[in-house]
Design a protein around this ligand. Structure first.
Ligand SMILES: *Cc1c(COP(=O)(O)O)cnc(C)c1O
Length: 360
């Protein structure tokens, strides 16, 4: 029996996709081979690869000015790969800190150059808001400005993306990529690891504006140099073939769901239901300011934290799994990515109300 899986990542995948992958496991489309046994340069995998790229371009409406790359290394890898690719002429960047992931990005960039903090959303209560662009104190002529548009751990999402003129905006969108339409033209670079809202761990999607392909530091490893990877159609070295295949199946599933506009409506409905339940209760609390509440990752706390283990045990008994908050913030967290159905959120809020009723 399948459970309702609220994991932050690796996270739930659409059941349809898993079934299709199972069906095709031993013999992909009459090839007599599993996708993971194929040459990445053979016609079968080339088809899988190019369809995945095309479907993603269509889903996200990526403009012709931007390349889509399939890399390895995850979001954490990009923390180094981004400065290695953009610090070639000026080794300095600005960081908007909205949570733990952007903090990590800033720390890693320090290995390669200057990493100025332009704004921070940290308050007494932790990371609870996304500083608006009017509060960003940019340094003089940075190579780029980095922003994590959805902080997976803290549950802070940024919805207003400013126009920074000539300064490229680099976004870590790992945990909300494909959750809603995004105007890719506003970004110099947008990246995300696959295991949250795309597919399985192993592939990282990097969308990069073409004019930024020429700014790498000379020490940048070839396998991570966007220009080299782009020139080789993301096949400079052996790509994570099976992860690309699964991502491709998810892209086709997303298209069947009606694309990102339809997904966004569903994601709003799911998030609304959960936040409304939290706000209506005096037992559950979410500390993030309303305009920055993440639609994908919903952290919440119990008024009586001694009941955390009871809450999790009761949830597990109902098939509601992976609700424990990140160790750095504690409490609970429900990640409600594209593949988590509305029924899962309904089951969760029903349980939350029941659990609350056992108090007092
Ligand atoms: C999960 C996550 C990462 C780290 O991804 P890895 O694949 O573990 O490197 C980075 N940034 C964000 C926003 C994430 O959600």
């Amino acid at each position: 029996m399948r459970v309702f899986n609220f994991s932050a990542g690796p996270a739930a995948l659409p059941e349809e996709v898993l079934r299709q992958a199972a069906d095709e496991m031993l013999d992909w489309h009459g090839s007599g081979m599993s996708v993971m046994e194929m040459s990445h340069r053979g016609p079968e995998f080339m088809q899988i690869h190019s369809e995945a790229l095309l479907d993603l371009r269509e889903l996200m409406q990526v403009p012709a000015s931007h390349q889509i790359l399939f890399l390895q290394g995850g979001g954490i890898g990009e923390n180094a790969i981004v400065p290695l690719n953009l610090f070639g002429t000026k080794p300095r960047a600005d960081f908007v800190i909205t949570g733990s992931w952007s903090q990590k990005s800033q720390q890693e960039a320090l290995k390669y150059g200057a990493a100025h903090i332009a704004a921070t959303g940290r308050t007494q209560a932790g990371f609870t808001h996304s500083p608006p662009n009017s509060e960003w104190k940019l340094s003089d002529d940075p190579a780029y400005v980095h922003l994590c548009t959805n902080e997976t751990i803290d549950g802070v999402e940024t919805f207003e993306i400013p126009d920074l003129g000539d300064i490229p905006l680099v976004a870590d969108a790992s945990s909300h990529i494909l959750s809603r339409p995004m105007d890719i033209a506003k970004y110099g670079v947008l990246y995300g690891g696959a295991q949250k809202n795309i597919g399985m761990a192993g592939v990282t999607v990097v969308i990069v504006r073409e004019d930024l392909l020429d700014r790498a530091m000379s020490i940048c490893p070839s396998a991570f140099e966007w220009k080299t990877v782009a020139a080789n159609n993301s096949m400079f070295n052996t790509p994570p073939t099976y992860a690309i295949y699964i991502a491709g199946l998810v892209f086709k599933w997303l298209k069947r769901q009606g694309g990102l506009t339809a997904l966004e409506a569903r994601n709003i409905e799911k998030a609304q239901l959960l936040y409304d339940t939290i706000d209506a209760s005096s037992f559950y609390v979410n500390k993030v300011e309303r305009r920055a509440r993440s639609r994908m990752n919903v952290p919440f706390f119990l008024a009586d934290e001694t009941r955390n283990d009871d809450f999790l045990a009761g949830a597990k008994a109902r098939g509601l799994l992976q609700l424990k908050g990140h160790k750095s913030v504690g409490g609970m967290r429900a990640s409600i990515y594209n593949a988590v159905p509305l029924e899962a959120v309904k089951a969760l809020v029903e349980y939350m109300k029941e659990f609350e009723a056992t108090q007092a």
